[in-house]
Every structure is written in C-alpha cells, then in structure tokens.
Ligand binder design. Structure first.
Ligand SMILES: [Zn+2]
Length: 303
C-alpha cells in the first residue's frame, strides 16, 4: 500500500492539487488520492486536499500549526475550509487559530465542545459546528465521515473515515504497524464502560464501508528515525486492538476468580496467562497489574 502511493505520488499530487509540486514537504506523506499525513514530533494528522479546498484534522498544537499550514501551502493554493477535531486532548487540537485566517470552520463532536467550555484552554478554538452521532465534512470530491460511538479514549473521540478510499483513522487508540499496549499503563484516558462497545461498533463501520487501511496518528514507539513508522497498515490492526481490550477484561475477571488479586488490587503475574499478551507492540508484563487494576476499579466502583 505505502510503496504503491510513493510510486504514484507525483501523478496524484498533480491530479489533486492546483499546484504542480514535484516533491512533498518533508513532514508530509501521501496515503491516498489527495489524502496526506502531516507529522510534527511524534504526532501525525490527516488532511484531505481538493481543488476547492482542504479539510484539516487535528492542528497538533500552536507550535505545529504554522508548519502544518506551510506544508499544505506547498502542495496546494486551495484554502483550508474545515479543521476537524478527533477528540479534546490539547496535544492534538490546540492551534486551530492558524487556519481561521482562511475562513476555516472548526468541527467537533458536541462532548468535546462541552469539555472546552468547562475546561478552557486559550490555545484551543471552540468549534463552529458540533454533531452528536455522525457528520460528513465535504469539500469538492473529498469527504471525511465522522462517527461517534461513545466514550473510549476520553469522552468525545471521533472515528474518521475517508469516503471512497478505504481509509480509517482512530486517533490515539489504533496505530500501525500493530496493535499495542497503551503507552501509559495507568490508562487515565480510557473509558472502561464503553471501550469494548466502541471497538465493536468501529469494526462494524469498517465492514460496512469496505475499509481496508488504518491510518497512523503518530510515529510507532521508538521510530523517531522513521524506521518502522508505517503511515498506514491493514484494517486487521483494528480487530487486533479490539481483541487486546477484550482479553484484558476477560483475563482480569478470570485471574480474580482464581484468587490471583492481592489486597492492593494488583494481579499476581503468576496467575496471568502471559502468552496471550506478548505479541502486542510495547508489551511489558509489569504493566498488566496497572492496566487490570483499572478494570477492577470499573467492575467494583463503576468508575
Ligand atoms: Zn488523546
């Protein structure tokens, strides 16, 4: 997939954009027809280019946004029409101000807007357009579909799919090249009551829309040199990540039933079937007690 787009990138840039750029800016990778990723530090943000305008997703912060804007301007003269937020975490959504000069409108799920009201950040622009369950952002032939399946990573994470291109992006939850352990084992951002349902509905959406490719939202861990930091991967990674969360919940239950949880609420690793976890990227068996304690907290306290 990736090689295919590298080979075709020259032709596609010419087709998708009014500028005849021969070389993509260093921070930009092409992943589809007029579909690109902008990278800043370890974060990647999806944008879609049409001759009529550009759909930007997360601006990636006030330092990144001006570079993001310059990278787009190197590809097309078309104005940025929309900035779409994936969720409410500031590392992803601060900096949209930079795109407002073009007349861009900001789009977010309504729970993101509620969060910004009660927990404002001067660097985060309030959305102009909010939606509840789904919304479609359309510019020319480019169409970004937004689907909300309840709290998952934070309370308003929105699944992105690119119409007609088989692309899905699930920011911060699924990242090529493989399903992975969470970076922070205390998983303060995970919403245990809905995470499995969220994945189930996301997989159903991917099936309905004939999605075949999942798009990265960051560099893979340890891939700062570009090695192993695939921009895209097979949609099966979404399924693998869903299995990861299902297994975490199931294993936490069975370890407790077997008496393998101490008075401190931490599982004893000798009770855990570790083999089912060691295939995941970033696997550290020492992280399992923290991750499973979050599950017990949900089971026992509903939090
Ligand atoms: Zn996040």
């Amino acid at each position: 997939m990736q090689l295919y787009w590298i080979v075709l990138s020259l032709a596609l840039i010419t087709t998708a954009c009014s500028k005849q750029s021969a070389v993509l800016p260093e921070a930009v990778e092409q992943i589809g027809e007029g579909a690109f990723l902008f990278t800043h530090d370890n974060e990647r943000s999806l944008f879609l280019v049409d001759t009529e305008g550009v759909i930007v997703t997360d601006p990636l912060g006030i330092d990144a946004a001006p570079s993001y804007k310059r990278a787009i301007a190197a590809i097309t003269d078309a104005p940025v029409k929309y900035v779409v937020y994936s969720h409410y975490h500031w590392d992803r959504v601060a900096g949209a101000e930079t795109f407002l000069e073009d007349g861009a409108q900001v789009v977010a799920q309504e729970r993101c807007a509620e969060r910004f009201l009660v927990n404002p950040n001067p660097d985060v622009v309030m959305p102009d357009i909010t939606f509840d369950n789904d919304y479609v952002v359309k510019v020319g032939d480019q169409q970004l579909s937004l689907n909300y399946f309840g709290p998952s990573h934070g309370d308003c994470l929105t699944v992105f799919t690119v119409e007609g291109q088989g692309l899905i992006q699930i920011v911060d939850l699924v990242n090529p090249p493989a399903a992975a352990f969470p970076k922070n084992p205390t998983i303060p951002y995970i919403r245990p009551h809905n995470i499995r349902e969220f994945f189930q509905r996301t997989i159903e959406l991917a099936d309905e829309r004939n999605i075949d490719t999942v798009v990265a939202s960051r560099l893979a861990p340890g891939a700062a040199d570009g090695e192993g930091s695939s921009a895209t991967g097979p949609v099966s990674i979404v399924n693998d990540q869903a299995v990861f969360w299902n297994v975490i919940f199931e294993e936490a239950s069975s370890v407790r039933a077997a008496g393998g949880v101490g008075i401190d609420g931490l599982v004893r690793l000798k009770y855990v079937d570790l083999d089912q976890f060691n295939g995941y990227a970033g696997y550290r068996k020492e992280d399992l007690p923290s991750i499973m304690r979050r599950v017990f907290s949900y089971y026992d306290m509903g939090r």
